[in-house]
Write a protein that binds this ligand. Structure first.
Ligand SMILES: [Fe+2]
Length: 426
């Protein structure tokens, strides 16, 4: 009997095994208001002290945003260009409005309404100095798991949401872009959502729609012009003391591409005394030990890794793989104390489910990996220290499963190389 007791104790796992959930069904969010009612409201940073308010109406209406610091009292009104719509086969989108408002004060709540009427929304501008907190989740989709992730994101305060690609999973079914816009509105109308494209945004159809990104570019206008980019598919922005690069995994990135030239110019203009941290977002990960999408980010890594390494980028976030994985600081497939840490966070909750299979044995540069839905939080405390945490969706709870302190590379005397041109010595 005693032997049996010892056997049971030794055989028992040290912690209860987490039971991984199945994909959950799609959520539908129909429009309930009038044809002129603003819907799918979301905001994005649009250059220093400015915010872009975007929304859709089913009929033509004014592109005007009224706003102020008191509920119901709108002291300022701003107009945008005339609304646009697009066609995709037999689908015609609603009228898409983008209005830039500002200058706005930092860390301030503004109340606003769109189109000269309708419901009141509010948002808070990010701080002008540290601390600042980013919430991060990719491959969102619009399932009950997405709803769970968003509830966890919204359940704790943050300043800016970062999405490393794959938003709606509409996959050419354009009404799904609309229901996605309605699903995220309660969150995306309150905090800036900064997104970059994933493969599910491409929506190319040969001959008829050869360029791709028709819905994405029309609906999710990002501050590319404000950051001297020629394309909505790559841009940058500053928040407090962080410079954030939003790169395009599905547009050209080779040395002779516009994106490459823009990236060099953008990095050369970064003043690390003002923005000591640099973060980058891509979609297809450059480092990945999951069986899913193995090697899909490799050509971009070969083209651009040395630039981001020389620029001393602190962290590179990716999506695409529906799991969480965190790597140590790496460069050229080896641990390197002056390279960026890589994080795959494509676990927002889309309809395709989780990427369950990781390669074994685990390479030493991969520090934590887990196929679960969840989201991440990057809290930058000051010029030198930031805290990264990953929060698994445990059904209705959000559980911190991985966390680490990061030290900025700009504060490291061994790594404080200043980027001026691509020909710099490493
Ligand atoms: Fe993807």
């Amino acid at each position: 009997m005693l032997l049996l007791f010892f056997f049971l104790v030794l055989a028992a796992p040290t912690s209860p095994e987490y039971t991984r959930p199945h994909p959950r069904p799609l959520i539908s969010r129909p429009h309930k208001g009038s044809e002129s009612a603003p819907q799918q409201v979301h905001i994005s940073l649009a250059g220093k002290d400015y915010m872009r308010v975007s929304w859709i109406t089913e009929e033509k209406s004014q592109s005007i945003v009224e706003y102020g610091k008191m509920p119901g009292k709108y002291s300022v009104a701003a107009s945008g260009k005339e609304s646009t719509s697009y066609h995709y086969f037999f689908y015609t989108s609603g009228e898409i409005h983008h209005v830039k408002i500002g200058p706005l004060e930092p860390s301030t709540t503004y109340y606003y309404r769109c189109g000269g009427g309708g419901p009141e929304f509010s948002f808070r501008t990010p701080p002008s100095a540290f601390p600042v907190e980013f919430a991060v989740a990719g491959d969102l989709g619009q399932t009950e798991w997405t709803e769970s992730t968003l509830a966890h994101v919204g359940g704790k305060d943050y300043d800016v949401f970062l999405l490393p690609g794959d938003l709606s999973y509409a996959d050419m079914q354009q009404p799904l872009w609309d229901s996605f816009g309605r699903l995220v509105e309660p969150y995306a109308s309150m905090r800036p959502w900064m997104v970059t494209q994933g493969n599910h945004e491409i929506e190319i159809f040969p001959i008829i729609y050869p360029q791709g990104f028709k819905a994405y570019n029309a609906r999710w206008l990002m501050p590319y012009q404000e950051s001297n980019s020629k394309s909505n598919l790559y841009y940058s922005f500053d928040v407090a003391g962080a410079h954030v690069l939003m790169l395009g995994s599905y547009t050209e990135f080779d040395a002779d591409s516009d994106q490459y030239a823009w990236l060099l110019a953008d990095l050369a203009s970064v003043d690390r005394s003002k923005t000591p941290w640099i973060f980058a977002l891509i979609h297809a990960p450059w480092y990945n030990t999951n069986a899913a999408h193995k090697g899909e980010g490799e050509s971009m890594r070969i083209a651009m890794e040395n630039i981001l390494y020389k620029a001393r980028v602190d962290v590179i976030f990716a999506g695409h793989v529906h799991a969480y994985e965190r790597f140590t600081r790496v460069y050229d497939n080896k641990a390197d104390q002056c390279g960026p840490a890589h994080v795959t966070i494509g676990d927002g909750g889309n309809r395709e489910g989780l990427a369950m299979t990781f390669e074994n044995p685990n390479p030493s540069i991969s520090m934590y990996r887990e196929p679960s839905f969840g989201h991440g939080r990057l809290r930058v405390l000051n010029n030198t220290h930031a805290h990264w945490s990953w929060h698994r969706n445990n059904e209705t709870n959000s559980v911190t499963a991985d966390e680490i302190w990061l030290e900025s590379l700009s504060s490291s005397s061994r790594c404080n190389h200043v980027f001026t041109s691509p020909n710099d010595e490493l």
